[in-house]
Design a protein around this ligand. Structure first.
Ligand SMILES: Cc1cc2nc3c(=O)[nH]c(=O)nc-3n(C[C@H](O)[C@H](O)[C@H](O)COP(=O)(O)O)c2cc1C
Length: 168
């Protein structure tokens, strides 16, 4: 299957999660394309799509939401898997889900939704971002668990390899 893996990421942490997902799906024999959400004009050329996004201030990244707005029907017409990455620290906080993740998942009919812990490097943040991060008491560090990511990606790849149900 031709699979698009597209990830919205300001500081690269979520992009690297997307790279890990893409690697696993490609190793399972699928033809994987990595394209930034802003550069995805349409998804017609793909059999399935993995959408990934970092979370900022309780919402999925704008680039991901814009892509879903532009391509809602086309996304809903093919298998879509959604992951988001944001919570930092041990235990990962905030524990609450982004406000819009359920809506986005429903709009595209996501087959599965996963959350992965994120990475926060204060030196990469602008002033406004630093203030926001201080407000939510987010802990600095890399809390991404690539084993967990690869397990999920393996499940996605297997799901895509399953024969389509016959229409009788
Ligand atoms: C300004 C700012 C706001 C954030 N707000 C949230 C939030 O509301 N919920 C959350 O789970 N993570 C939040 N995070 C944590 C990020 O989602 C996390 O650091 C993520 O790994 C960043 O991904 P990126 O490197 O792809 O930008 C925030 C980070 C920043 C910089």
């Amino acid at each position: 299957m031709r699979v698009l893996v597209t990830t919205a990421s300001r500081h690269g942490g979520t992009r690297e999660i997307g790279d890990a997902v893409a690697e696993v799906v490609a190793a399972a024999g699928h033809d994987v394309a990595r394209v930034d959400p802003d550069d995805v004009e349409h998804v017609d050329g793909y059999d399935a799509v993995v959408l990934g996004s970092a979370v900022y201030a309780g919402r999925l990244a704008v680039a991901l939401r814009d892509l879903v707005d532009r391509q809602t029907e086309q996304l809903a017409a093919r298998p879509v898997y959604l992951f988001w990455s944001g919570p930092v620290g041990v235990p990962p906080l905030p524990a609450s889900e982004p406000d819009d993740v359920r809506t986005v998942a429903e709009r595209v009919g996501a087959r599965d939704v996963a959350v992965f812990s994120g990475r926060l490097r204060r030196e990469e943040l602008g002033l406004a971002e630093r203030a926001l991060v201080a407000m939510i008491h987010a802990e600095e560090g890399d809390f991404r668990d690539f084993e967990e990511v690869e397990e999920w990606a393996g499940r996605v790849a297997r799901d895509l390899s399953r024969p389509a149900p016959s229409r009788t």
